[in-house]
Design a protein around this ligand. Structure first.
Ligand SMILES: [Zn+2]
Length: 112
């Protein structure tokens, strides 16, 4: 059973690795490079790097980073809207989720 932190870092790694594979300027993508990137703080990303990601990758990466910060701050797993604890199953499926299911539904319906 992986911890949330491991899952978050793994997701981050997947995004960064996909980025490295897409990189065109002659450097061989290597596993360690992606891992090093994954360990760096979010504010170390370059504009060029963020620009090269798709919108959904960029959004997910940001959510993953925010979730990692919440893990450090011990408010991980708490809905950012209603401040209730989120369902464990939801967190296991989407550890970077910000909202509980009911707040997420309201958000998707444009009610928030
Ligand atoms: Zn909520």
């Amino acid at each position: 059973m992986k911890t949330y932190r491991e899952r978050l870092l793994q997701k981050k790694h997947e995004i960064l690795e996909a980025y490295q594979k897409n990189k065109t300027y002659g450097m061989e993508a290597d596993e360690n490079g992606a891992q090093d990137l994954a360990d760096k703080a979010s504010n170390s990303y370059t504009k060029e790097f963020l620009f090269s990601l798709s919108n959904s990758e960029r959004d997910t990466l940001q959510l993953v980073d925010e979730a990692l910060v919440r893990l450090e701050g011990h408010n991980f797993g708490v809905c950012v809207v209603c401040e209730d604890e989120m369902d464990k199953k939801r967190l296991e499926a989407v550890p970077w989720a910000q909202r509980c299911i009911s707040c997420q539904e309201k958000q998707e319906q444009g009610l928030l």
